[in-house]
Design a protein around this ligand. Structure first.
Ligand SMILES: [Zn+2]
Length: 176
């Protein structure tokens, strides 16, 4: 792990001991599932004195591989600091946008929506077409539906026989 993190694995490893990075990543996943140890206890002065009694008790209470390190002086799990560096370097999927693609932004709320080829993005811009995110499209559809139904209701309201209508077209109560 350390050699891979430092980027010198190929240089300092004998070819017969060579393990591919993918295999090490799998191994690290398995080990990390058991837990990681806190390196910090190795650099605490007077760890065994009364001064650090609280710390020892807290570590013991939390359990995990760090307890082994505390009690016996050797690690029974991965070093958390090294693990984190390794994880960041090799196990985090990075979302990079390929150069001939770009992120489209919603015309209404300006939030990034999807990644499309540059040519598509350009055609949207040149045609001045709206490009809305899912949330804005839903909102738009909902308000269109409300407009549609309220128009329907109004139409029905004005079409009903005058005798059944309580209000006139100005919203005033009719004389019954
Ligand atoms: Zn939007």
């Amino acid at each position: 792990m350390k050699k891979y993190v430092e980027g010198n694995y190929d240089d300092v490893t004998d070819p017969e001991n060579f393990v591919p990075l993918e295999a090490i990543i799998e191994e690290v996943k398995l080990e990390a599932a058991k837990g990681v140890t806190e390196k910090i206890i190795l650099i605490i002065p007077n760890l065994w004195g009364d001064g650090e009694k609280d710390l020892r008790e807290r570590i013991t209470r939390n359990g995990g591989p760090t307890v082994g390190l505390l009690n016996y002086g050797y690690r029974t799990g991965l070093d958390s600091f090294l693990h984190e560096r390794f994880r960041q370097k090799f196990m985090v999927t990075r979302h990079t946008v390929p150069s001939n693609y770009m992120t489209m932004k919603c015309t209404s709320c300006n939030s990034p929506t999807s990644v499309v080829p540059v040519s598509i993005a350009e055609s949207y811009t040149s045609l001045r077409k709206k490009f809305e995110c899912g949330a804005c499209r839903t909102k738009e559809a909902a308000s269109r539906a409300i407009r549609f139904f309220s128009n329907l209701c109004l139409a029905e309201f004005y079409q009903s026989p005058t005798s059944h209508v309580l209000f006139d077209s100005f919203g005033r109560l009719r004389d019954q």
